[in-house]
Ligand binder design. Structure first.
Ligand SMILES: O=P(O)(O)O[C@H]1O[C@H](CO)[C@@H](O)[C@H]1O
Ligand SMILES: Nc1nc2[nH]cnc2c(=O)[nH]1
Length: 301
């Protein structure tokens, strides 16, 4: 009997089988749309659209800017499956549940995973509207233990370590049919795909807003305090969000090629004198503003 967290290998394949009964497409590329970036779904031609709530055992999206639909179809002739709406731990799902769709993608035949997200800029050189190729990540959730940073506090503020962390998505019993117990994560983000993305962005004239950097995943749903942003900067993060890393790890666990981009939708505050409040509405608005550029980039890649 399966004693792990999350869907068993058999359940994942059962979901995939259901989907294969609803679409003729057999995708090899999987795309996950970040907050406000669902417009990528409009590029998919001759689409079969399947709402998450019509898929057995599938979690539903609850966040504005995430429609909760799987889109199967063609992108420049390539057969893709696109998640128009992702799932986040802060919605109340255990981490493993947020990545059921990634496991299902693999069962459908997907070999390459393209992850997109909206993120806060931690690197002071980053501007709102910049596009960051994800060179590496920090799995804050997976790294965390008990009060390892006790004392790293700023007296004017707090560090909500529990809120920042969560749990590693691969925690629990391991089924070797999915992947190995101990996953090496060096090289999670595919160099060749990153090169390709960079080349594509430059050819599109997006070179000036192109960055490369480290994405850190926190649990959310709180945006960072000033103290937390400083902490993340000291950790070596360039951008912060509440998604993506768990999906990348699950993708790698199953041997997928993974690459991704972050749209910097706001600048995280590192200084109390200039601190301003971030809102999800603002995040979505920047997504809208950059929608065309991101669509062109995705197509070119
Ligand atoms: O990571 P995506 O889904 O792009 O969304 C980002 O935007 C939301 C906050 O506005 C958070 O969910 C954060 O993770
Ligand atoms: N944690 C976090 N997630 C985001 N998603 C978009 N912007 C942000 C941000 O500033 N912080």
């Amino acid at each position: 009997m399966w004693m792990g967290q999350g869907p068993s290998y058999e359940e994942v394949h059962e979901i995939a089988k259901t989907l294969e009964g609803k679409t003729k497409y057999r995708p090899t590329l999987g795309i996950v749309c970040g907050s406000g970036l669902g417009g990528l779904g409009d590029l998919v031609e001759e689409a079969d659209i399947i709402p998450y709530d019509e898929i057995p055992h599938f979690p539903v999206s609850t966040v504005p800017g995430h429609m909760g639909k799987l889109v199967f179809g063609k992108l420049k002739g390539q057969i893709v499956v696109l998640m128009r709406g992702r799932l986040h731990c802060y919605e109340g799902y255990p981490m493993w549940k947020t990545t059921i769709p990634i496991r299902v993608m693999k069962a459908l035949g997907v070999e390459t995973l393209f992850l997109t997200n909206a993120a806060g800029g931690i690197n002071p050189d980053f501007n709102t509207g910049d596009i960051m190729i994800i060179r590496d990540h920090i799995d804050f959730a997976g790294l965390s233990g008990e009060c390892v940073l006790r004392g790293a506090n700023d007296e004017r503020d707090h560090i909500d370590f529990a809120g920042l962390s969560g749990e590693c998505v691969l925690r629990g019993a391991n089924d070797e049919r999915f992947g190995p117990r101990f996953l090496a994560t060096v090289g999670t983000w595919d160099d060749a795909m990153n090169e390709l993305a960079e080349k594509a962005a430059k050819e599109l004239g997006l070179g000036d807003i192109l960055r490369r950097g480290v994405y850190v995943m926190i649990g959310g749903p709180t945006f960072e305090t000033v103290a937390e942003s400083r902490l993340l900067k000291n950790f070596g993060a360039d951008a912060v969000g509440m998604s993506t890393v768990a999906e990348a790890l699950v993708g790698r666990h199953m041997g997928m090629k993974v690459f991704g981009i972050s749209l910097i939708t706001d600048k995280c505050c590192l200084d109390y004198t200039t601190a301003k409040v971030t809102t999800h509405e603002e995040v979505l608005a920047i997504g809208q503003k950059r929608a065309k550029d991101l669509q062109s980039l995705a197509l070119k890649i």
